[in-house]
Design a protein around this ligand. Structure first.
Ligand code: ITT
Length: 204
């Protein structure tokens, strides 16, 4: 059976991608499950570049070349309009990789102190890069629009979820169940766009 390798160590992402791509009838493995260990420097200047840096590095491993695997990788982050799209591609590294999200989230709320609701717009962005065994490459992007809230709310999700509010749902993405978040999320949207593009361009 053909295989898809997803370049992440994050189990939450693996559950999401398995659910969305289950009708492809392919084996979907994380890097770890495929026995690949690689430290990749993500030094691109866009989400798409970073996703492709990861996917290309994995696709070049002996394991993936031997199996003829399709390799997927994603890069995601938070863009806050009032902060000139910060933290953007630096979302994981914002204020230091080891700084807790409680501190990062409070810092962003403070930087938006006194800013009215209509200027608090923000989005989560996810780019997915895919490398195929014949060398072809595609990328897709998904987003979810929201605003930066005034306090942390909710304990589901991770990262910036507690300060990312969805006005039309009256809650933060940390207050949504995983199922609902997956249906709305930037990563879900990027994965669904990827699936469509793979069919349209006869890549699978
Ligand atoms: P990998 O192992 O897949 O690289 P990661 O969490 O380090 O996982 P990402 O590039 O996907 O890497 O995400 C970068 C950061 O963007 C992440 O650490 C969060 O701070 C933020 N982020 C991305 N998606 C998010 C989401 O759905 N909810 C909250 N924060 C998110």
């Amino acid at each position: 059976m053909s295989r898809i390798i997803f370049a992440t160590g994050n189990e939450g992402k693996m559950r999401e991608i398995r659910e969305i791509l289950k009708d492809l009838n392919m084996d979907i493995l994380s890097m770890k499950e495929a026995g690949i260990e690689l430290d990749i420097v993500e030094d691109g200047s866009t989400f798409e570049e970073n996703a492709l840096i990861k996917a290309r590095a994995i696709a070049q491993t002996d394991v993936c070349r031997a199996h003829g695997d399709i390799v997927l990788a994603d890069d995601s982050g938070l863009e806050v309009d009032y902060l000139n799209l910060e933290p953007g591609i630096y979302s994981a590294r914002y204020m230091g990789e080891d700084t807790s999200y409680r501190i990062k989230n409070h810092n962003i709320i403070q930087r938006l102190d006194g800013v009215p609701e209509d200027k608090r717009t923000a989005r989560f962005v996810c780019a997915i890069g895919a490398v195929f065994p014949d060398g072809r490459v595609i990328t897709t992007r998904g987003t979810i629009e929201g605003i930066i809230g005034w306090e942390e709310r909710g304990s589901n999700g991770f990262g910036y979820d507690p300060i990312f509010y969805l006005p039309e749902y009256g809650c933060s993405t940390a207050e949504l169940s995983m199922d609902v978040k997956n249906k709305l999320s930037h990563r879900g949207n990027a994965l669904r766009a990827l699936k469509e593009k793979m069919f349209r361009e006869h890549l699978i």
